[in-house]
Ligand binder design. Structure first.
Ligand code: HGA
Length: 607
């Protein structure tokens, strides 16, 4: 969330800043802004809403300047208007910020008492004023910044420029990520290496607490205490090419359709095609002996962990605890000696997940990360990295990242089961074969797109939708409800089908569509009974199952989508696809902004 970029360039930088922000817009689109130095003075252009609004503003009022910073905002403090848009500035300092300054109320009071006038409602603005006060006290920019950083509580990545200083930019990091890019007589900062990929491949990731004094010739990095430290310069593998929609109307639809391909790519990196063995890059010894595994994530990735809990407990006979990162990190749970913690995050930058990882590490756990970004902070801080080969996911609502996370977790389950002696060779062979079939079956599922679009038509008037499932279909019900909420803004709830009679059944009438996810598995009959309970109360059932299950339902009033018959092990991967498509079509019919839904952002780098 919130993307920041900064450049000390050879020519005017405003266009390059905007190009960098374009690549960071997945982090937030409440407002955008840039600041440069024009004849030594700080000049800003800012605009509410998406980056196109800032581009239009810059067209009307171009901004020269060879040094500058830019920001795309996901608001935490203060409504998304132009006054609250970054950069925030005084006449001496301009600042862009990703994170939350938690003691901003005290700092604002102190600054006001010292005569400062704050124009925005943000937490960020205090940073600009604090540095300015220290400058007025006679400190040099680096010293003033260090003094200000020490006063801040909370999380931040900051980019700072100073009036009159054409060859000085300061970047700082605590909690939120920040990369420094090295050019040829030019220097850059960015929230991630992707933003800088067209400008440079040479990147340093700041460590926790670091701050860097950057000039055209390079960067001097300091740790939190102010000591000069060396940080590795790495070559990033990220490409500078912009990703297009490839003829699809939305990125989300393109990404849904990419699933057969990217699930296949991910499988190929973990399954040996000849021996059909699962080969993880390194299976930590700890997993063989671990008394328990803890799975932690947020949002859709959390639902992937929920599916994995069912798999690991049943197939690998490994006790699993699963939790939401924002809860787990503050629970102060004792973790068993020799335990393993697995975190899942598409971006690898999710703030709560990263904090949970650090907590688990402090408890002596072996850390495994499932990430889509191998250069992310979570990947860098983990002992074992299992990458999803989803490729860049641009649509804010996660689709292919989720199914590739499930794919990796399925491979991990089989590897752990084998290593713990919990799986016979015959069963392993059967489950690996089922996994290998998934890309082809996923392509079959996509053939239902037209049917799902018709179904969506009947849902656009709904104000509430229920999703039900049992076993591994329960997390898919939760994911289906989340997808619908995220992009169509219809209230939806996912429920364990057996739990429905303990509450949500009261909601059921003919206006509430009930989506039931029920592949033919050992729980099918139980879910079928729950369907009868819904129908008996006049509910409108939409059934996602296979031909056998549809036959088993008998003569009931339900709309049925017949998905391929597959081994129940892989059903959650395949049944994710129709719930994605259904949410997509409802959103398109409702005319919402499918790829950039309101209030959301792709990479959640604040608490
Ligand atoms: N707190 C700042 C920055 C928000 C942010 O980093 N979001 O991800 C603001 O509200 O502007």
């Amino acid at each position: 969330m919130c993307g920041i970029v900064g450049i000390i360039g050879k020519g005017d930088v405003a266009d390059l800043l905007v190009a960098g922000l374009r690549r960071l817009e997945y982090r937030g689109y409440d407002s955008a802004g840039v600041a440069t130095l024009v004849n030594g003075r700080i000049e800003r252009r800012r605009a509410e809403g998406k980056l196109v609004n800032l581009e239009a503003r810059l067209k009307e009022q171009p901004l020269p300047g060879r040094i500058g910073i830019g920001h795309t905002r996901w608001a935490t403090h203060g409504i998304p208007n132009e006054t609250n848009a970054h950069p925030h500035a005084t006449d001496r300092v301009a600042v862009v910020h990703n994170g939350i300054i938690e003691n901003f109320v005290e700092l604002r009071a102190e600054l006001k008492a010292r005569g400062c006038t704050l124009e925005s409602e943000t937490d960020t603005e205090v940073v600009a004023h604090l540095i300015t006060l220290y400058l007025k006290d006679g400190m040099k920019p680096a010293e003033a910044t260090h003094a200000a950083l020490k006063r801040l509580q909370g999380a931040f990545a900051l980019g700072i420029v100073f009036a009159g200083e054409h060859d000085l930019m300061i970047g700082a990091r605590r909690g939120s990520p920040l990369a420094i890019g090295y050019g040829d007589g030019e220097m850059f900062i960015g929230s991630d290496a992707l933003a800088l990929a067209p400008l440079t491949q040479r990147i340093t990731y700041l460590d926790e607490g670091d701050w860097a004094v950057i000039t055209q010739q390079g960067a001097t990095i300091h740790d939190a205490e102010g000591h000069v430290v060396k940080r590795e310069i790495r070559a990033t593998a990220l490409s500078g090419a912009l990703i297009g929609k490839g003829g699809y109307r939305h990125f989300m639809l393109k990404e849904i359709y990419e699933q057969p391909q990217v699930i296949g790519d991910t499988l190929r990196s973990y399954v040996n095609p000849t021996s059909r063995d699962i080969t993880l890059p390194s299976l930590p010894e700890a997993l063989v002996t671990a008394p328990r595994m803890t799975l932690v994530a947020c949002g859709t990735a959390f639902y992937a962990c929920m599916v994995a809990k069912y798999w690991l407990e049943r197939i690998a006979r490994l006790p699993v605890e699963v939790d939401i990162a924002s809860e787990f990190r503050y629970r102060a749970a004792d973790m068993p000696k020799g335990g393993v913690t697995l975190v899942v995050s598409q971006s690898g930058e999710t703030a709560d997940t990263l904090a949970a990882l650090r907590y688990a590490r402090a408890q002596g756990q072996h850390i495994i990360a499932v990430v889509n970004s191998p250069e992310s902070t979570i990947a860098r801080e983990s002992d074992t990295v299992l990458q999803t080969l989803a490729g860049p996911e641009i649509g804010v609502a996660s689709t292919k990242a989720f199914t590739t996370q499930l794919t990796v977790l399925a491979c991990l389950t089989l590897a752990v089961a084998r290593a713990r002696g919990a799986l016979s060779a015959a069963d392993e062979g059967r489950l690996v074969s089922a996994l290998i079939e998934v890309p082809a079956r996923a392509a079959d599922v996509l053939n239902h797109d037209g049917r799902l679009r018709d179904l969506a038509q009947g849902m656009i008037e709904a104000t509430d939708v229920l999703y039900l499932g049992r076993g591994t279909s329960y997390p898919i019900a939760l994911e289906g409800a989340l997808k619908l909420k995220e992009i169509s803004y219809i209230h939806a709830e996912g429920y364990a089908a057996g739990e429905m009679k303990h509450g949500p059944i009261a909601l059921i009438d003919e206006t509430v569509p009930v989506i039931v996810i029920a592949p033919s598995d050992e729980l099918f009959e139980k879910t079928a009974s729950n369907i009868q309970e819904v129908v008996a109360r006049g509910g409108r059932v939409v059934f996602f199952g296979d031909a056998k299950g549809i036959g088993g339902l008998g003569d009931i009033d339900a709309t049925c989508i017949a998905l391929p018959e597959v081994d129940p092990f892989v059903a959650p991967i395949l049944y994710s696809i129709p719930v994605q498509l259904l949410a997509y079509h409802v959103a398109v019919l409702k005319g919402t902004d499918v790829d950039q839904p309101r209030n959301l952002a792709k990479s959640v780098t604040v608490e």
